[in-house]
Design a protein around this ligand. Sequence first.
Ligand code: INI
Length: 182
Amino acid sequence: MTVFEGNFSNTEHLHLAVVIGRFNDLITNKLLSGCQDCLKRHGVDPDPQGDQVDYVWVPGSFEIPLVARQLALTGNYDAVICLGAVIRGQTPHFDYVAAEVAKGVAAASFQTGVPVVFGVLTTDTLQQALERAGIKANHGWDYAMNALEMASLMRQLRGTLRSPQAALVPGAATPLLDPSAV
Ligand code: INI
């Protein structure tokens, strides 16, 4: 039997997309910096003018899943990284946004077969978000690592496992479900 594990080599061949929420951009810009730093130090060119990483800004976390799914469906990306920050306020709004973005990101990944990384901080306070976006640690770095590992793992699995869903769409970087079926 075989043990499959993602690795961090041959990253110069990967194509990634990053979706970033503008809401709480004090936090999301810091997550993005951590993410880009990690990608760069692992051999990915994060330059938006380059040909490895595309960036899409959306108004807030609620909009992230729609765009992540659309990007994944193109077949152009080995992984999509979603960056957002949902911070609890005085109203139940937090709960609705946090629940929808979590569900939506999971669905985008599951429906398309493309790793979609849930890089959305959900915190009670701005202080907690800052601590996770650079003051103590920068989870943007971790989200990039997750994307690289999953991109590598899915490439291995696609190359090894044979199933009807593993059929590659011509020219696609990843196996796609028929969009009309999802
Ligand atoms: N969007 C966030 O990304 N974080 C938040 O904390 C947040 N809060 O608390 O309201 C938030 N709201 C905006 C939401 O994501 C949508 O952009 C908006 O509802 C329009 O669809």
